[in-house]
Design a protein around this ligand. Structure first.
Ligand SMILES: Cc1cc2nc3c(=O)[nH]c(=O)nc-3n(C[C@H](O)[C@H](O)[C@H](O)COP(=O)(O)OP(=O)(O)OC[C@H]3O[C@@H](n4cnc5c(N)ncnc54)[C@H](O)[C@@H]3O)c2cc1C
Length: 220
């Protein structure tokens, strides 16, 4: 069976822009009527949970560790790439896309890597806003280094602990929403199964790692 990755149609640079534009929007007043489940609270999950809650959705976030701060994202060291071209050394969104495809041994999905390159600059802005202490030049601007054999300097870093600092940023944004009552955080829970009803994911089954009980979280 061939996997359908559901990549949107169109030219490479437009695929995800078009998909986003054509997607149905939810009225701001209706967002609080929806509950969204996020499993995993590493950089991806914690940011998703914080952003969804900030938009107004009610979020249930599931964390296998005792604290989201222990997700594997904490291990990342070297830094995070973005095509800001601060060094004026010839960087661009297309070059970041090209380098990432090549660095991934041509195995990654091109449309998704292009999207990553497109939003890379916004990700840095978001992390700075969340308080991530990226290295800076003496003048106060964000510093860059060349990382992983790239021919340009596009890596934003926080000494050798970029992942940890990024995770603290995402964690604080998420905990702000926990305090606001928009995220219900379930720690020490392992997702065991996905509940699919009429072809749609409607919930999950979790193991409570403290007492061993199975817990259903299902949209009734
Ligand atoms: C040593 C190291 C160095 C790296 N250096 C860099 C770097 O310099 N630059 C860079 O860009 N990238 C780097 N990476 C890659 C980058 O860190 C990861 O791609 C990124 O952090 C992944 O984030 P994530 O949120 O998807 O995953 P994770 O942080 O792994 O989060 C996933 C979470 O989901 C939880 N989970 C999984 N299954 C379940 C389940 N069934 N139920 C409940 N919870 C579950 C996990 O426990 C975890 O907490 C590095 C990675 C490593 C390991």
């Amino acid at each position: 069976m061939q996997l359908d990755a559901q990549i949107p149609a169109g030219a490479l640079a437009d695929k995800w822009d078009n998909c986003k534009f054509e997607g149905k929007l939810v009225n701001p007043a209706n967002k609080r009527k929806y509950e969204v489940i996020v499993v995993g609270t590493g950089l991806a999950g914690a940011s998703a949970a914080a952003t969804l809650a900030e938009l107004g959705y009610n979020v249930k976030a599931f964390c296998i560790q005792d604290s989201p701060r222990r997700a594997h994202s904490i291990a990342a060291q070297g830094g995070i790439n973005a095509a800001k071209n601060y060094q004026n050394d010839g960087d661009s969104i297309f070059r970041l896309f090209y380098d990432t495809i090549k660095g991934g041994d041509f195995r990654a999905r091109e449309a998704n890597v292009y999207r990553l390159a497109q939003v890379s600059n916004n990700i840095i802005d978001q992390c700075v806003a969340q308080g991530v202490p990226f290295a800076r030049e003496y003048g106060g601007t964000l510093a860059n280094r060349s990382f992983g054999g790239a021919q340009v300097s596009r890596t934003f870093y926080a000494r050798g602990q970029t992942g940890q600092q990024l995770l603290f940023g995402a964690y604080s944004a998420m905990m702000r929403q926990v305090a606001a009552g928009k995220i219900e955080l379930y720690s020490r829970r392992e997702m065991m199964d996905l509940v699919v009803i009429d072809g749609r994911a409607r919930g999950i089954i979790c193991r409570n790692l403290l007492n061993g009980n199975l817990e259903p979280h299902i949209d009734e």
